[in-house]
Design a protein around this ligand. Structure first.
Ligand SMILES: *[C@@H]1O[C@H](CO)[C@@H](O)[C@H](O)[C@H]1NC(C)=O
Length: 360
């Protein structure tokens, strides 16, 4: 068979299983005033028929020229942080408005600086167990880098089979934090796959890495001089660590004196918001979410709940991260996004229980 015949065979093969991808176009979202000014698609891609593992994604079409603009698959880190972080808290087309939050449904607005003004983007809930991705089999909720990169490449191939008109667009693999590391692994997987055989040829042009994780020894060790440079720790602590921890991995120090100095350092860090040192340290998990989550409850209960007095969090802590948890757990939102009922309980912006270094 020629390459073209193989590709046709592959397309036909998948078309016999029409349920590997379910997608919907969404024109309105709760909390957003009017029609969305861009094309938003959400969907599930079945990754394992037997276990029922499905990956959920948000796809935003470029507002400029989707036929020619680049396509990016963007990965958030954690692992376990939803693609929603990209969609509404980062370079994506949406933003939360924090100043008028009344404890119920947060307001969302368009992000004037969105990358989706120039490029189409897929924001993926990876791995299984993140955001709205789910499985019937508990085992699918634990993974590692090797399985995850194959899962993500597998997702991409199925997405392209359902959206073949995007195969000719320049494709970029991207991600931030843990997703930045993963983007390089997936890019490699794509290049190997392109060489290897009968599958959609991904027109990969490059990869983008944002504040990627590089490994504990680099990331954690460099926190100390960085924190000292920012005035977060005093000179004495800085000196004790640099003298007492020579050659150590600051995450797992072997020397007891070094470990003691690092405990002091970690106490300092625990008091601040390490992601944005000038902002207050806040929890992004609402304390009384039961009042707003309607998923799986009766209609009567839902209307009774909406009458209940909502509790409004401390104003200095009303930020996008917190509002994301209010928004995505609202039953109207789940309906609008066409989340399959009963597949996920409480949604977490980030859930750290989806990954392990060694697969069991
Ligand atoms: C969504 O809209 C696009 C563009 O109008 C269309 O090509 C596509 O088939 C639609 N998808 C679904 C799932 O309805």
């Amino acid at each position: 068979m020629t390459a073209a015949e193989l590709k046709l065979f592959f397309l036909l093969f998948y078309s016999l299983w029409p349920y590997y991808l379910v997608a919907v176009n969404i024109s309105h979202l709760p909390g957003f005033n009017g029609e969305l000014p861009f094309r938003l698609e959400t969907g599930y891609v079945t990754m394992d028929e037997e276990t029922g593992a499905e990956l959920f994604y948000y796809f935003v079409e470029s507002e400029r020229n989707p036929n020619e603009d680049p396509l990016l698959l963007w990965l958030i880190g954690g692992p376990g942080c939803s693609g929603f972080n990209g969609l509404a808290l980062d370079m994506g087309p949406l933003r939360f408005k924090a100043d008028d939050f009344d404890g119920k449904l947060p307001t969302i607005v368009a992000n004037p600086y969105a990358w989706t003004k120039l490029a189409s983007m897929i924001f993926l809930d990876w791995p299984i167990g993140t955001g709205f991705s789910y499985s019937r089999n508990h085992k699918d909720y634990f993974t590692d880098d090797v399985h995850a990169k194959k899962l993500i490449y597998g997702f991409l191939k199925k997405w392209f089979l359902d959206h073949p008109h995007f195969l000719s667009n320049p494709f970029y693999m991207g991600g931030e934090s843990y997703g930045g590391k993963m983007a390089t692994l997936v890019a490699h997987e794509i290049v190997e796959g392109n060489e290897g055989g009968p599958q959609p040829l991904v027109n990969i042009k490059g990869y983008l890495v944002g504040n990627a994780i590089t490994g504990d020894k680099v990331d954690k060790n460099s926190q100390v001089p960085h924190a000292y440079g920012l005035g977060i720790i005093p000179k004495e602590i800085y000196k004790l660590i640099t003298k007492g921890c020579v050659g150590e991995d600051y995450v797992k120090p072997q020397n007891a004196a070094c470990a003691a100095h690092l405990n002091v350092f970690n106490d300092y860090l625990s008091e601040i918001n390490i992601y944005s040192i000038l902002d207050p340290k806040c929890s992004d998990e609402p304390s009384s979410l039961e009042e707003i989550v309607g998923a799986g409850r009766s209609l009567e209960e839902n209307s009774a709940q909406s009458l209940a007095q909502p509790s409004i969090p401390d104003t200095s802590c009303i930020n996008g991260d917190l509002l994301a948890n209010y928004w995505a757990n609202n039953h109207l939102v789940r309906k609008a996004l066409q989340i399959k009922e009963g597949t996920r309980g409480r949604w977490h912006r980030c859930d750290s229980n989806v990954y392990c270094d060694v697969l069991k």
